[in-house]
Design a binder for this molecule. Structure first.
Ligand code: R1P
Ligand code: URA
Length: 291
């Protein structure tokens, strides 16, 4: 196996990886990720003890123990471009030898459990504000998968093609089903949904402040999209800005990933949750207790 050049696997002077600023020792098997750097202490405040705190840019990391289990919590900032950095660097930390710069052989590869605890907007009126939703399929409107050879199932390709047709896009969005095992473990009792990942919060999510949209009926196109499969009717339940990137990179790198969403806005009713903080805090507790 060839050594990966210094310009590709970039290490800081202390041997840590370029953006996350972490050493292989900082990584536990289970990682909780959040978008907002200020959400990291909201998670680690429940730890029995915190052994390490590191930050660089929007990537804030606390490593510690929760009820005796070692956990790493990391913030990612917003958008799938950051998830490209997060997943590639987390994988490098466990599956590339930083001394030889070689990827570990297949039989030594480590599978991480990665749990996203994020906020999201509901697309359908029957998804209550403050509820918790676990993502089954993620559909990516972002461009990240234009650059990777993601393999999708027949159903995933058809859903992506259906969304492309409904939104009159000149590219096919990608669609990925997440880890069934992790969804069942982490998402027990939650609503199960299909999450649309958008490359922005305003126009790409149909929000109009001072700029008009190219497609004025974007939100109703999202809401009314349906795909009939052998498993039943597929609809888009919610949207945010990272989940599809997580699910696609997780599949390609061989890590188990689940996205847990606190629903803080409902675009069918036009409301924003008055209990958004409580919804996030209770989602953090579920993630910690089930991690
Ligand atoms: C937008 O407000 C942000 O909130 C959602 C979106 O995906 C986007 O990152 O997630 P987080 O609350 O985890 O950041
Ligand atoms: N995060 C999003 O990306 N969209 C919302 O509507 C709420 C949270």
């Amino acid at each position: 196996m060839a050594a990966i050049p210094e310009s590709e696997l970039i290490l800081n002077r202390d041997g840590s990886i370029y953006h996350l600023n972490l050493l292989p020792d900082h990584i536990s098997d289970t990682i909780i990720t959040v978008g907002d750097p200020e959400r990291v202490p909201l998670v680690s405040q429940h730890f029995d003890s915190i052994e390490t705190q590191i930050h660089k840019r929007e990537f804030v990391t606390h490593v510690g123990y929760y009820k005796g289990k070692r956990l790493t919590v990391i913030s990612t900032g917003m958008g799938t471009d950051n998830i490209d950095i997060l997943l590639n660097e987390l994988d490098a930390l466990v599956n590339i030898d930083f001394v030889t710069r070689e990827a570990r052989p297949l039989e030594e590869r480590i599978t991480l459990r990665i749990i996203r605890v994020g906020t999201s907007g509901a697309l359908q009126a029957d998804i209550p504000l403050g509820s918790h939703l676990v993502t089954e399929h993620a559909v990516g409107l972002d461009s990240l998968m234009q650059f990777y050879p993601l393999v999708e199932t027949g159903l995933e390709v058809e859903v992506g093609a259906g969304v492309q047709q409904a939104l009159k896009l000149d590219y096919r969005p990608y669609c990925v089903r997440g880890s069934d095992l992790l969804r069942e473990q982490l998402g027990a009792g939650m609503l199960v949904g299909n999450t649309l990942t958008c490359p922005g919060f305003y126009g790409p999510q149909g929000r109009v402040l001072r700029l008009d949209l190219r497609q004025s009926d974007l939100i109703s196109q999202f809401q009314n999209f349906r795909y009939q499969s052998a498993e039943g009717e597929f609809r888009l339940t919610n949207f945010e800005m990272e989940t599809a990137g997580y699910y696609a990179l997780g599949r390609m790198l061989g890590h188990d990933v689940v996205s847990l969403n606190a629903i803080v806005a409902n675009r069918a009713t036009g409301e924003f949750a008055t209990n958004a903080e409580e919804a996030v805090n209770s989602l953090i507790m579920k993630a910690l207790d089930r991690a």
